[in-house]
Design a protein around this ligand. Structure first.
Ligand SMILES: [Zn+2]
Ligand SMILES: [Zn+2]
Length: 139
């Protein structure tokens, strides 16, 4: 099936980040990462790809507060997982209840990576993404 953006229903395009193929929406600049691709991307940009923070992916997640968004792989309604932030409201990400992966709105992947400790090497991944996608303003 042709993957479509959970947020705007536009067709997703494959983008190659190093050895990781992610799905990108040109319209809203959101990104879909299949399960394991976040870790792979972190490893390939010089990080460990292994940090306790990654356990947020194991949350069962909550039903979405407003609109339903569908997994580009299986059309199940994505559930909201919350990643706590020290000085801001929690970061809410969309996760497939069947574990296919995660949806990141524009810049959410960079915001997530900014929460990782320096030892994880996540700053390298952020620099890579900003170079690849161009910096976007936080919304
Ligand atoms: Zn979109
Ligand atoms: Zn799914």
């Amino acid at each position: 099936m042709i993957p479509v953006c959970p947020k705007c229903d536009a067709q997703l395009f494959s983008l190659r980040f190093k050895e990781v193929e992610v799905d990108f929406c040109e319209h809203c600049r959101g990104l879909w990462l299949d399960a394991g691709e976040l870790e792979a991307l972190m490893r390939q940009t010089g990080g460990s790809g292994d940090d306790p923070l990654l356990a947020f992916q194991n949350q069962p997640g909550a039903s979405p507060r407003d609109h339903k968004h569908l997994c580009p792989r299986c059309d199940q309604t994505l559930r909201e997982v919350a990643v706590p932030r020290p000085r801001a409201e929690a970061l809410h990400l969309d996760r497939c209840p069947r574990g296919h992966g995660l949806w990141f709105d524009a810049n959410e992947l960079q915001q997530l990576l900014a929460l990782f400790p320096p030892a994880s090497g996540a700053t390298h991944t952020i620099a890579f993404l900003n170079e690849f996608l161009g910096p976007v303003n936080a919304t």
